[in-house]
Design a protein around this ligand. Structure first.
Ligand SMILES: [Zn+2]
Ligand SMILES: [Zn+2]
Length: 184
């Protein structure tokens, strides 16, 4: 990946934590019709104090709006971001679990970690892919069955393997899974 692309992640629209605050407010508003700092803190299992601090930059950017009675709302832009990240999370979780065959718990963790980083372009392409998977088109079932049984052949000798570079990817992966399952 080029240096410029890597750097641009730093200027990403919202941080992971900000994404979860926006999604929480969106959920609370949908479920209860209101969202106060106390409600968000309870939902995210954090203190009221740290919740207030984390909400500050979101208010400053006009994504979260507080009325005179301390009730919080999302601005149209805040709501757009919350729904975008929610949709990315659903799509990514299904991609990992239903297409790639990642275990359900790990699929949930991995989707959560990257949900806020996808570009709109990739998100739309992913939506198209998942729509095709759901469509029942005749290519889908044989493709998924083929994928389930397809594995890269690795000799664990990095210089002989087509897939690995100087370090064996599969040995590292196996070790990582043993050492820190579901690490987020
Ligand atoms: Zn997340
Ligand atoms: Zn290999």
């Amino acid at each position: 990946m080029s240096k410029e692309v890597w750097k641009s992640f730093e200027e990403n629209e919202i941080t992971h934590s900000a994404a979860h605050y926006l999604m929480t407010i969106n959920t609370l508003l949908a479920e209860h019709g209101y969202a106060r700092v106390t409600d968000i803190a309870k939902y995210l299992n954090i203190t009221r104090g740290s919740c207030s601090i984390s909400l500050r930059p979101l208010k400053r950017r006009g994504l979260v709006v507080e009325d005179e009675n301390k009730f919080l709302q999302l601005s149209p832009e805040g709501k757009r971001l919350a729904e975008l990240v929610e949709r990315n999370d659903e799509l990514l979780e299904r991609l990992f679990r239903d297409v790639l065959g990642v275990s359900p718990d790990q699929a949930e963790v991995d989707a959560c970690k990257i949900e806020h980083l996808l570009s709109i372009e990739s998100s739309v392409k992913l939506a198209n892919l998942m729509h095709l998977i759901d469509s029942g088109h005749k290519v889908v079932k044989p493709f998924l069955e083929q994928l389930r049984h397809h594995e890269v052949e690795c000799s664990h000798e990095a210089d002989e393997c087509e897939f690995c570079n100087s370090v064996c990817f599969f040995e590292k992966e196996a070790q990582r899974q043993k050492l820190m399952p579901l690490e987020s």
